[in-house]
Write a protein that binds this ligand. Structure first.
Ligand code: GUN
Ligand code: ZN
Length: 434
């Protein structure tokens, strides 16, 4: 059995708050630090000089000097069933769904297929330093069982839900309002709150659910406090126009979800591109979160997320890879694309803020910051060990950096899975490079 106490030594960085609000005080950095982990939880964090002297001689020390240790990344929006259609050519959202997505998701009726992809998906998250995610399964209940089982085996904290869609999609991925409700209930009873696993009611988007299914999705949230909701909103202009036809009574696309009781704390909406400030204010007031998915937004030609307006109106924001419309499982690559999306919008993303969003910010957007996202005492000890010299280019460019901010920026612009040396879950190694 693993040692009850472990010490992790290296350069350590985590966030106590949002750098936009708190500046330099938002971050805690130890050039030579030690993270003390007891029974999988953070016990203490500090300078190695002070902490090493306090530890008993038997405490095993994991030496990562020369590497940078951060809380495990939090991917706030991803589709495990789309692992096999990443990089599918040539379409925007609605035709991409018809041509690639629904046919791929059909195969998850087969539990053996679902299990194989779930195993691959969880391994891929860990290879990329991602220890928590909010993930869509497919319409098939067995696809949810498969992903929860794979996460349970790896002790990862995952939020997962069965997709609800009872119209405007092929029959082979369609449920019914009553059937989807009953299946969701059974999955909540089976999985929500088991170990680190959490359930999300998952209407795919308002276009593929009837008003009756939308009503029942809202009812599930009311019946099971603490359960999540995940969906998509205002991603693509053609989609927005379609929603206006389907729900002529709604003030906006976001308003459809609000009318059906789906907007509140623990509601996570991917994309949020074509919103107005009334929508943003509603999201802020309700406690719902946006998932900014830059590689997806660029790949599908959807549009440019407005982080400054989200910030100005006080909306919770996390980062999502949105694989398979997103083009990478790497949160580092996703941060670099986020930077470029914001550049196109005349906005800036500092490295400190980017890494905040990928860790504590994501955890806050999911109301999980009391469990994950930082190294505050009592947090679950999930962390990633980054190698700033993982490639010749990274090594060369990092060596030329004078400040922590510069080194972080180089890591996020040039890093990917190769920069992830190790990933630890609940104080134990879960993935090692090479
Ligand atoms: N909108 C509805 N379904 C999807 C999906 O699977 N991916 C993305 N990016 N947008 C969606
Ligand atoms: Zn998505």
């Amino acid at each position: 059995s693993p040692p009850p106490v472990r010490a992790i030594r290296g350069e350590i960085l985590h966030f106590l708050g949002d750098p936009v609000e708190h500046g330099a005080a938002a971050l805690e950095h130890f050039a030579d630090g030690v993270l003390v982990v007891r029974d999988g939880y953070v016990a203490e964090l500090g300078d190695s000089d002070a902490l090493l002297a306090k530890l008993s001689a038997e405490t095993p020390i994991e030496d990562f000097r020369g590497k940078l240790i951060l809380p495990g990344f939090v991917d706030t929006h991803v589709h495990y069933a789309q692992s096999d259609i990443i990089a599918s050519y040539g379409e925007q959202l609605l035709t991409w769904l018809e041509k690639y997505t629904y046919p791929a998701e059909r195969h998850f009726a087969n539990p053996a297929h679902a299990a194989a992809v779930a195993e691959f998906f969880c391994d891929e998250l860990l290879r990329n330093g991602t220890t928590s995610a909010s993930a869509f399964a497919t319409v098939h209940p067995a696809s949810v069982d498969a992903l929860f089982a794979a996460a349970l085996k790896r002790r990862m904290r995952l939020i997962v839900g069965k997709v609800l869609m009872d119209r405007n999609c092929p029959d082979f991925v369609r449920d019914s309002a009553a059937g989807g409700y009953a299946e969701s209930r059974a999955l909540i009873e089976k999985w929500h709150g088991r170990e680190r696993l959490l359930y999300a009611v998952t209407p795919r988007f308002a276009a593929t659910s009837t008003p009756e299914q939308m009503r029942l999705a809202g009812r599930l949230l009311a019946e099971y406090p603490g359960v999540y909701l995940q969906s998509h909103v205002a991603e693509n202009r053609g989609e927005v126009a379609w929603i206006a036809e389907l729900y002529p009574e709604a003030r906006s696309y976001l308003d459809v979800y609000e009318r059906f009781g789906q907007l509140g704390p623990r509601s996570v909406f991917a994309h949020c591109i074509w919103l107005d400030d009334t929508d943003r204010a509603r999201m802020a007031a309700s406690g719902a979160a946006m998932s900014f998915c830059p590689t997806s937004n660029l790949f599908l030609g959807s549009g440019l997320f407005d982080l400054d307006r989200a910030q100005a109106l006080g909306v919770r924001v996390g980062i999502g890879t949105d694989v398979g419309a997103g083009t990478s499982f790497s949160m580092l690559r996703t941060l670099s694309e986020a930077y470029k999306v914001l550049q196109l919008n005349g906005q800036r993303l500092s490295a400190e803020r980017a890494f905040y969003l990928a860790t504590l910010g994501g955890a806050r957007s999911l109301y999980l910051d009391d469990c994950i996202g930082s190294f505050a005492p009592g947090r679950e000890a999930d962390f990633v060990v980054l190698d700033p010299a993982a490639t010749p280019l990274l090594a060369r460019r990092s060596a030329a950096c004078a400040t922590l901010a510069e080194r972080l920026f180089v890591l996020m612009m040039l890093g990917d899975d190769r920069a992830v040396a190790e990933t630890w879950v609940l104080g134990e190694p879960a993935w090692r490079r090479g």
